[in-house]
Design a protein around this ligand. Structure first.
Ligand code: PDD
Length: 273
């Protein structure tokens, strides 16, 4: 495993983040995750493009040009000696005594490169529908992943492989992947608006669909229409393209998928326990 922090390649277990680092205190930063296949990063230009958009959205200056990012990442990949790996890149607003206003700080850059093997194909992979309780700008790839982490954990404890998030009755995406449906030979996926993270893999699948002449509708599916779809699959950098055998909609949760009931807190707490 290779680590990198603000100009130096380091052992990630030994690198230290100051207490007043804004990623640490506020989640005030953005990130990217890239797959490396046979020593080469997959679709790096698209990841750097999204990184630029995320940084601009939260007012952090991009500390590197795309060429510099590429060089930095390739140096990390070379040092790792791992041809099949995962690159994690993070940029935060930097280090300053805690305060909500943006400080005049230099952005912090960190990176890890770890060996990665995708999960074995699972012919019975399943999803659990859960309310999408994230904020209204999830198109920005920010560090604030607590709702994603909780949803994944609830799904896992219920024996499902991924959460399928539902906002106001509409399926948005997974906790760390985008959701796709096939109905009557047409591909459906939620539109890349503020309510989903526009995945690089999603963009790649859209490109593949176009190449293959498949009809695509970038439209959300209603949770109540899930029974009418023929196929479901999830996409993401770590997920790749994963076929789903079963989508579970908990009867007790059904109301919460359309709106948050007064006892939503209780529902979630119970689910985590
Ligand atoms: N997650 N939606 C969400 C909420 C995600 O966190 C991710 C990726 C995706 C898929 O995006 P992409 O195809 O660009 O990986 C969709 C990364 C892998 C993560 O947080 O680990």
């Amino acid at each position: 495993t290779v680590g990198y922090l603000n100009g130096t390649f380091v052992d990630p277990e030994r690198a230290l983040i100051p207490i007043d680092e804004r990623g640490h205190q506020f989640g005030d930063g953005v990130y990217e995750v890239l797959r490396v296949y046979s020593g080469r990063p997959f679709l790096p230009e698209w990841h750097f493009e999204r990184l630029r958009r995320s940084l601009r959205a939260i007012g952090i200056e991009n500390p590197h040009t795309d060429d510099e990012w590429m060089q930095l990442m390739n140096e990390g990949i070379r040092r790792s000696g791992e041809p099949e790996s995962l690159v994690y890149l993070q940029v935060t607003r930097g280090i300053a005594p805690r305060g909500h206003l943006f400080p005049a700080a230099k952005p912090s850059v960190s990176m890890t490169i770890r060996a990665f093997q995708p999960a074995e194909p699972n012919p019975s992979a399943s999803l659990l529908c859960l309310p999408d309780e994230r904020w209204a700008n999830v198109w920005i790839k920010t560090l604030n992943l607590l709702p994603n982490v909780i949803a994944k954990e609830i799904a896992h404890r219920a024996g499902a492989n991924e959460a399928l998030l539902v906002r106001s009755g509409w399926v948005t995406e997974g906790s760390s992947s985008n959701a796709w449906f096939v109905r009557d030979g047409v591909l459906w996926t939620a539109p890349a608006n503020r309510y989903i993270l526009g995945g690089v893999t999603r963009r790649f699948v859209l490109h593949l669909a176009q190449t293959l002449g498949l009809e695509v509708r970038e439209q959300a599916i209603a949770v109540d229409d899930l029974g009418t779809v023929d196929e479901v699959f999830m996409t993401g950098t770590t997920t790749e393209i994963e076929p789903i055998a079963c989508v579970k909609v908990d009867a007790a949760m059904r109301q919460a998928l359309h709106e948050l009931p007064a006892d939503a807190e209780e529902v979630i707490v119970r689910a985590v326990e």
